[in-house]
Design a binder for this molecule. Structure first.
Ligand code: HEM
Length: 497
């Protein structure tokens, strides 16, 4: 009986797959050009382990608006600044949908998270909440003391490391620091430590979710197998999200208890969200608070930590750039007597280093995949409703038509140009553009700038293996949800006088 059921299910899946394939072929007349794929699998085998690179190569053959078939899912890949402008500015609304990964479709998280909500009242409200209580410049100024304190804890820890002459993993240090900046801002406590393994804590919960959601899930490409969830991806995601949700719930309920026993407010983001929720119960309840907190930890920690790690790797392998940057920072400290976040945002060479790092090492190489909300006429083609849209921001940022020596790390290129990452320069989109643009950009900009300044000003950095020339540092990328350094940067700090 079981075998009969299995065979029936497989036959039915196969039949649905063929019907879907034939229907897709019939509707594909006006689609942008693209490589021919295999029957059933489409171009799945063309993309390999570094899709940002392989799709950039294919785009050179098929053009900046290219159709690929991933299993039975039709996707359109955008690979030039002009096409990005069309998609993210001219047709912004039509391209503003999201493809929710199958692993999280059953979670309440996906129904309330900014990143997955369709554009609508709820999405607008939560983005407004995020801006009002966290990412507007007045609030960010008010909260800068927290970021300074947490960075000082990192500096103390690294000075300790210096006395022992040990090496450190930069990603781990950056991750812990940025995680604590986020938790101090949200809950007024540190949730991570430099020394501990932290197997049950926030760091572990965040990295587990990142790993699970980054894994290739066949159900994303073959809708007909979704009902069986062949890799148990939904089950694994449920457990992983459950851990992070529980950790956030603990702080929410602790705060509610403190409030009812008259303990004074902390004045952090959690207090603001609870106040807002009390006034707007029907639109923004405790579940919204939990989902938003989870989202802040997921969206805001790894991305900023990776960017910091890439920046230091580039600075170590370009000693003259490191020196020039250090001179600029020393000059500021000499004048002001201290490192001030508002001041460092005005340091031209530092800002050029931040931008050049974000250009060369896109933390989110395809943005978060978009989806068409209707049929769209674009450049003489028709992109049908519900098509997945991948904006290859990595390829765009290395396009030789726009960038001179695109694969070289040259911060000076940003000194001359007024180019910025605020979504108006379509050749440079580390945070995206348009209505789906990253709402955390102003915070990430400050955090990454402060991290780089502190690592460069307080310490000299050497590679642990004396025989490795800094210029020979392995800069290979590893593609996951984010674009990481394949070989994590390990370096030896020496405290500067
Ligand atoms: C260096 C750090 C960061 C980078 C490179 C980055 C990049 C991005 C990118 C490329 C997107 C997708 C844009 C699109 O689809 O068009 C995005 C979305 C998002 N980011 Fe960030 N981000 C960073 C930090 C942060 C921080 C600190 C937060 C939280 C405060 C945050 C919250 C979000 C959210 C909620 C979305 C979804 C927005 C929506 O769909 O409406 N990000 N980010």
């Amino acid at each position: 009986m079981d075998l009969f059921l299995l065979i029936s299910l497989l036959s039915l899946s196969f039949l649905l797959l063929v019907i879907h394939h034939v229907r897709a072929l019939c509707h594909s007349k006006n689609l942008p050009p693209g490589p021919r794929g295999l029957p059933i699998f489409g171009n799945l085998f063309d993309i390999g382990s570094k899709p940002h690179e392989s799709l950039a190569k294919l785009a050179q053959l098929y053009g900046p608006l290219m159709t690929i078939k991933l299993g039975s899912v039709t996707s359109v890949v955008v690979s030039s600044p002009e096409m990005a402008r069309q998609v993210l500015q001219k047709h912004d609304e039509a391209f503003s949908g999201r493809v929710v990964p199958n692993s999280i479709t059953e979670l309440e998280h996906s129904s309330h998270a900014v990143a997955w909500l369709p554009i609508g009242e709820e999405w607008r409200l939560i983005r407004r909440v995020l801006t009002s209580y966290l990412t507007n410049s007045k609030t960010l100024d008010l909260l800068r003391g927290i970021r300074h304190d947490v960075v000082q804890e990192m500096v103390c820890h690294l000075k300790d490391v210096c006395t022992k002459g040990e090496s450190v993993g930069i990603n781990k240090i950056a991750f812990t620091t940025i995680m604590n900046m986020m938790s101090r801002t949200c809950f007024s406590v540190n949730v991570d430590e430099y020394e501990l393994g932290n197997e049950k804590g926030f760091r572990n919960a965040v990295t587990t979710i990142m790993k699970i959601t980054a894994k290739f899930n066949i159900a994303d490409y073959f809708p007909c197998v979704r009902c069986v969830d062949p890799q148990r991806a939904r089950q694994k995601a449920k457990a992983a999200y459950g851990c992070l949700e529980q950790l956030c719930d603990y702080f929410i309920h602790q705060r509610l208890n403190q409030r009812s026993s008259g303990i004074s407010r902390r004045g952090d983001i959690l207090d603001s969200l609870l106040d807002f929720s009390q006034e707007n119960q029907s639109d923004f309840n405790l579940k919204h608070i939990q989902v938003l907190l989870v989202e802040l930890f997921l969206a805001g920690t790894e991305t900023s930590a990776i960017t910091t790690e890439w920046a230091l790797a580039e600075l170590i392998s370009h000693p003259h750039i490191m020196l020039k940057l250090r001179d600029e920072i020393s000059e500021m400290v000499r004048k002001r007597g201290t490192i001030e976040e508002t001041e460092i945002l005005r340091l031209p060479y530092l800002q050029a280093v931040v931008k050049e790092t974000m250009r060369l090492h896109l933390a989110v190489p395809f943005l978060v995949p978009h989806k068409t909300e209707e049929d769209v006429n674009i450049s003489g083609y028709v992109v049908p409703k519900d098509t997945q849209v991948l904006v290859n921001a990595w390829a765009i940022a290395r396009d030789s038509d726009t960038w001179d020596k695109p694969t070289c790390f040259i911060p000076e290129r940003f000194l001359k140009s007024g180019m910025d990452f605020k979504g108006q320069t379509f050749s440079f989109l580390p945070f995206g553009s348009g209505r789906r643009m990253c709402p955390g950009m102003p915070l990430a900009h400050r955090v990454v700038s402060l991290m780089i300044v502190s690592l460069v000003h307080y310490f000299e950095w050497k590679l642990p293996n004396e025989s490795t020339e800094p210029e020979g540092l392995d800069m290979t990328e590893s593609f996951s949800l984010t674009l990481q350094k394949a070989k994590p940067l390990v370096a030896v700090p020496t405290a500067r006088p």
